[in-house]
Design a protein. Structure first.
Length: 369
C-alpha cells in the first residue's frame, strides 16, 4: 500500500484550502471547478506531544518529527468514472494513494459555488462513492475477462488461481453495483492475494473530513451529523475541520501563541492534527523514537515491524548488522525522568531480532558490519 493520503471530494468543497493549511505550501485555490488538475503533494509533520516532551528532557540540538505525505487531487464530478470532468485522469491519481480523505462541504455560503447549487453532504458523499465504485466495476470487468480466459486455456495451476480470482470477484461485484465499497467485502487471505493486482479504489481505507465554517466548528450543525451517521454505517472515521480557521492558525509561527489560540476556543488540538493522526493510523504507520543530546527524532515504521526493520529505517547497515536493541517505553521516561532511573527501576530492556516494536518505544540499536 502506498504511504500517502489523497484528499478528494467534489469541486469547491475546500480541498485545496485544507491542503494548503496542512502543508503550508499554498495550492491554487479558486471559486470555480477543476482549479486543481495536476495533484499537489505536501509532506506534513505529524504533531506528537511525546516528541515535544522528549526534547524538553534531553534538550537536543535538533528535533525531527515524523511526516506523512498528502496529495491534493482535483474535484470529482458525477460521471467521472466515464471521463466527465477529466475524471479518468483524476481517478488514476486516486489509485496511487494509500488512504482516501474525502472532504465534504458542511457549511452554507452563497458566495462559494456548489456544483449542485445546494449543500447536501449525503448527496455529495453518494456521488463520490458511486463514481469510485463504478470505476472499480470497470476494473473488475477487465480482470474477470482475463480470469475467464486463464480458466479455459491455461494449465491446472493457473486455472486454480483463476478460480480463486473469480470467486473473489463474484463476492465483490454485487457490492460495487450497490455503490458500496470493496473494503466491506469479507475475503479469505487467498482471495485477497488473488485480486491484489486489481488495486480497487474502494478497497482503500477512507475517512471523511467535514469542512465547516467557524460557527460549525464551535457549535456543530446538521450537516456534520449527516456525515458522522454515514461514516458510522460504513465503519469509517470522520473528522471535523474549519479550513479557513486552520489556514489562519497555520500563519501563527509562535507555538505558544498558537496553543493559546486553540485553548481560547476550547480545543486541545487543531482539526488538522486530528486529520494527520487519522491518516497516519489508517496507513498502518507507527512511531518509535531515538533520543539524546544531539537529536530527538520520531521514526516511522509499519505496525508489526520487528526491531531489525526499525533499525533499517535509520540506516540499512543498522538492519544488516543488527545485534540488539536497547528499549524503554515513552511512559517510562515521563515517569522516571532519566534513563539512569529507568534502569534502576528495571524498565530498560534488551530486545533481539524477534521483538515487535511498539508505538512510542524509545530505542538505541547496537550493530556490527
Amino acid at each position: 500500500m502506498s504511504l500517502n493520503c489523497g484528499i478528494v471530494g467534489l469541486p469547491n468543497v475546500g480541498k485545496s484550502t485544507i491542503f494548503s493549511a496542512l502543508s503550508s505550501a499554498p495550492a491554487e485555490a479558486a471559486n470555480y471547478p477543476f482549479c486543481t488538475i495536476n495533484p499537489n503533494v505536501g509532506i506534513v509533520n505529524v504533531p506528537d506531544p511525546r516528541l515535544t516532551k522528549l526534547a524538553e528532557l534531553f534538550k537536543p540540538q535538533r528535533t525531527i518529527p515524523a511526516a506523512v505525505e498528502f496529495v491534493d487531487i482535483a474535484g470529482l464530478v458525477k460521471g467521472a468514472s466515464k471521463g466527465e470532468g477529466l475524471g479518468n485522469q483524476f481517478l488514476s491519481h486516486i489509485r496511487e494513494v494509500g488512504v482516501i480523505a474525502q472532504v465534504v462541504r458542511c457549511f452554507d455560503d452563497p458566495d462559494i459555488i456548489h456544483v449542485a447549487n445546494k449543500v447536501d453532504p449525503h448527496a455529495d458523499m453518494e456521488i463520490i462513492n458511486i463514481e469510485l465504485a463504478l470505476a472499480d466495476l470497470d476494473t473488475l470487468g477487465k480482470r474477470r475477462e482475463r480470469a475467464e480466459r486463464s480458466r479455459k486455456v491455461q494449465g491446472k495451476g493457473e486455472q486454480k488461481i483463476a478460480e480463486t480470482v473469480l470467486s473473489a470477484l463474484d463476492k465483490i461485484e454485487p457490492v460495487l453495483e450497490q455503490g458500496k465499497p470493496a473494503r466491506s467485502v469479507l475475503l479469505s487471505d487467498e482471495e485477497q492475494a488473488a485480486v491484489y493486482d486489481c488495486h480497487f479504489i474502494t478497497a482503500k481505507p477512507q475517512l471523511y473530513v467535514c469542512n465547516v465554517d467557524e460557527e460549525g466548528m464551535r457549535k456543530g450543525n446538521g450537516y456534520i451529523e449527516a456525515v458522522m451517521q454515514r461514516a458510522a454505517t460504513e465503519g469509517s472515521e470522520a473528522v471535523t475541520i474549519c479550513g479557513k480557521f486552520e489556514a489562519e492558525l497555520g500563519s501563527i509561527e509562535d507555538e505558544l501563541e498558537k496553543q493559546a489560540f486553540l485553548e481560547e476556543l476550547g480545543l486541545k488540538e487543531s482539526g488538522l492534527g486530528v486529520l494527520v493522526h487519522a491518516a497516519y493510523r489508517l496507513l498502518g504507520l507507527r512511531t518509535f523514537f531515538t533520543a539524546g543530546a544531539d537529536e530527538c527524532r520520531a521514526w516511522t515504521i509499519h505496525a508489526g515491524d520487528t526491531a531489525p526493520k526499525a533499525a533499517g529505517v535509520i540506516h540499512s547497515d543498522f538492519e544488516r548488522g543488527f545485534i540488539k536493541a536497547e528499549v524503554y517505553a515513552y511512559d517510562a521516561i515521563v515517569r522516571y525522568g532519566t534513563e539512569a532511573k529507568i534502569r534502576e527501576a528495571g524498565k530498560y530492556r534488551i530486545e533481539g531480532r524477534e521483538y515487535i516494536v511498539q508505538d512510542g518505544d524509545v530505542m538505541f540499536f547496537k550493530f556490527n558490519v
